[in-house]
Design a protein around this ligand. Structure first.
Ligand code: K7E
Ligand code: CUA
Length: 631
């Protein structure tokens, strides 16, 4: 990684690197620090600007992109192909701009004593018949073992669950057919099943589980214990199966132990079989958790395991991606093996229905694609695109040809390669997780940007590149710096989402606050009132640009104060913010929204509050005073 330091000091070297990247010399050599060079020399990456993809000022994008924000804890919305960042949706983080984690409404979603951070990896938008229906986006928190649901009308999370009995949720995927009724969350780290401190020292008793959540009620349906650590996962297009890559089949505690066996697994769950057992009461529970747990470990079953199929897969497989538009195949990307494993879903059904004798019989191809294959995505012409971390490339290969090659035919399934900059992780083509796959754009989420942007200190931006995949050859069309650290992304057509412009007054997001006002005899849309209830004080006010309905209120030191603001503006984009100086309080109040915050007024004196969202020529004057009498 000495390249990084050198190029900051030496601009001419940086220019050299940039030029060499354009002419194609740099791709493999820069990535060389991470592993061996490319198996096949790629043709040079084209860094040409491309007018046909340029979104002019004032023009709208063709796609909404949903981006994980990684350890920023958030989800982001980008316009594609411009790659303009349109919104950050705070989820597991505390957000200064919107007051997420500070308002009562967001705290109700986060739950009591919620951690202040998170690590999001896999955003997934809900489906109806394997097409995006624009209702919800689900996202995992690898850091604090949570799953959140984001409402895509208001772009705020409305449910956050902490998953019991497991540690670290990594893979996350959704049922596609008939619609998203279930969310699947893959537990990664193995821990004692009742992790209460009683059993610390016996790793042979550490396990993890797949968790199934009801997407509508956000209640747990079941958990299934597995062998090994679960990684990524995806569902089929029939609504029956979910497959997860599974590394550390040796269940080791250290890297050498984890690297033991040549093969790990792809674990495929038969969801109806598990749910029949749960319905019949054939499950256990663990500790205080009421969630039904079934045992899907191989060793727990005589003969065939009715719940899970363990498909031997070259060591440490990573991405799991079902191929659209019909969902015939599932590709598991090899990571430590230079191969992808192609599984045919109909054969998985055959296995569970009693046919096929060897679990490997569900595998129909295992093409060699290059070094460090992590994730695979698709176009609408039968081609797969796999990210190669070590080669810093995207490789395009044809699925049917890879099957022919697996069956012994002399056929070259590799169609194209392109250098990316650098060390790509996730990859996603437009609509590639749905029936509407259109083969137009592909995002390459690169983990290193090195010399691609102006240096800004030791922390570099990630580089989310955009590639045009509509032709025979891939074409690099955009470098997109992003903040730490997108793992996965997806694109849906602009017409597949219909976000609200203005809240409706009966929005469930602030329904509890409305109920509190009703109990106080307050009409939020009209009243500006202070209600005292012992040492609890509730201050209700409206906001209409450029003033708050209450410009002065009086409390006593030590009072627990709840401030409720209702934005009576009805015009889209006229948002207000309520900021209380020296109290760490600031929050959003968008048109027709009610927001509230509760705190202890512990500082006697005069404290100004002001509107933090520029809303009017007299925005600076939109303010008021909290007067705190000494105790
Ligand atoms: Cu980064 Cu999907 Cu968490 Cu692969 S995972 S790169
Ligand atoms: Cu209201 Cu600024």
């Amino acid at each position: 990684m000495s390249d990084n330091n050198d190029h900051i000091k030496d601009l001419s070297r940086r220019n050299f690197l940039r030029n060499s990247a354009v002419t194609g010399v740099a791709g493999a050599s820069l990535a060389g620090g991470f592993g061996a060079g490319a198996l096949v020399r790629s043709r040079p990456a084209e860094a040409a600007t491309n007018n046909e993809h340029h979104v002019e000022p004032g023009e709208l994008d063709e796609y909404y992109g949903f981006w994980s924000g990684g350890h920023s804890g958030e989800v982001r919305i980008l316009g594609v192909p411009s790659m303009r960042e349109l919104l950050r949706i705070p989820v597991f983080n505390v957000d200064s701009a919107t007051g997420w984690g500070i308002t009562n409404e967001s705290k109700r979603v986060l739950g009591p004593n919620a951690p202040l951070n998170g690590d999001t990896h896999h955003p997934k938008v809900s489906y109806t018949d394997a097409r995006y229906d624009g209702r919800y986006c689900f996202i995992n928190d690898k850091l604090n073992t949570r799953v959140a649901r984001i409402r895509l009308d208001i772009m705020r999370a409305d449910k956050i669950l902490t998953i019991p009995n497991v540690q670290s949720i990594h893979g996350l995927t959704l049922q596609r057919v008939p619609s998203t009724e279930r969310v699947f969350a893959a537990g990664e780290m193995i821990v004692p099943l009742n992790n209460n401190g009683e059993y610390l020292d016996d790793p042979s008793e550490y396990w993890t589980m797949m968790t199934c959540i009801d997407a509508e009620t956000m209640e747990f349906k079941w958990q299934a214990i597995v062998d090994g650590n679960l990684d990524n996962c995806d569902t089929d297009y029939s609504g029956r199966f979910v497959a997860a890559s599974c590394y550390n089949s040796a269940r080791g505690m250290t890297l050498p132990e984890m690297m033991g066996p040549e093969r790990d697994w792809t674990v495929i769950f038969d969801v109806p079989a598990i749910e029949r057992a749960v319905a019949a009461g054939e499950y256990t529970t663990i500790g205080d958790s009421p969630v039904p747990v079934v045992d899907a470990r191989e060793q727990a079953h005589q003969g065939r395991n009715a719940f899970a199929l363990y498909v031997p897969t070259p060591r440490s497989p990573h991405g799991v991606n079902t191929a659209p538009p019909e969902g015939k195949y599932c590709v598991v990307s090899g990571k430590l093996s230079p191969t992808c494993t192609v599984i045919e879903w109909s054969r998985v059904a055959e296995w569970f229905d009693g046919g096929l004798s060897d679990p490997r019989d569900v595998v129909v191809a295992e093409p060699e694609v290059g070094l460090g294959p992590l994730h695979t995505t698709y176009d609408n012409r039968g081609n797969a695109y796999t990210s190669l971390f070590l080669d810093s490339q995207v490789v395009k290969w044809n699925i049917e040809d890879s099957i022919r090659a697996y069956n012994g035919e002399e056929v070259n399934y590799i169609r194209d390669r392109i250098d990316v900059h650098y060390n790509i992780g996730h990859i996603k083509a437009s609509l590639a997780c749905s029936r509407d796959v259109d083969g137009k754009y592909l995002t390459a989420l690169c983990k290193f940007s090195k010399d691609r942007f102006l240096p800004v200190g030791p922390m570099h931006a990630e580089n989310d590149q955009l590639i045009d995949i509509s032709g025979e050859q891939m074409k690099l069309i955009h470098d997109g710096p992003t903040y730490a650290e997108p793992h996965d992304a997806l694109m849906i057509r602009a017409d597949q989402l219909n976000p609200s412009q203005v809240y409706t007054r009966d929005d469930p997001y602030f329904a509890e606050t409305v109920a509190m006002a009703q109990a106080d005899g307050v009409t939020l849309e009209r009243d500006n009132k202070v209600i005292r209830d012992g040492n609890k004080v509730r201050v209700y006010m409206t906001s209409v640009a450029p003033s708050f309905g209450t410009t002065e209120f009086r409390v006593k030191q030590g009072d627990e104060v709840t401030i409720v603001v209702t934005n009576m503006d009805t015009i889209e984009d006229v948002s207000h913010g309520f900021a209380l100086v020296n109290h760490g309080i600031n929050f959003e109040i968008h048109p027709q929204q009610t927001s509230s915050v509760t705190f202890v007024a512990d500082k006697p004196g005069v404290h100004w509050y002001y509107c933090s969202w520029f809303c009017h020529a007299l925005h600076m004057e939109m303010s008021g005073r909290m007067l705190v009498e000494p105790a």
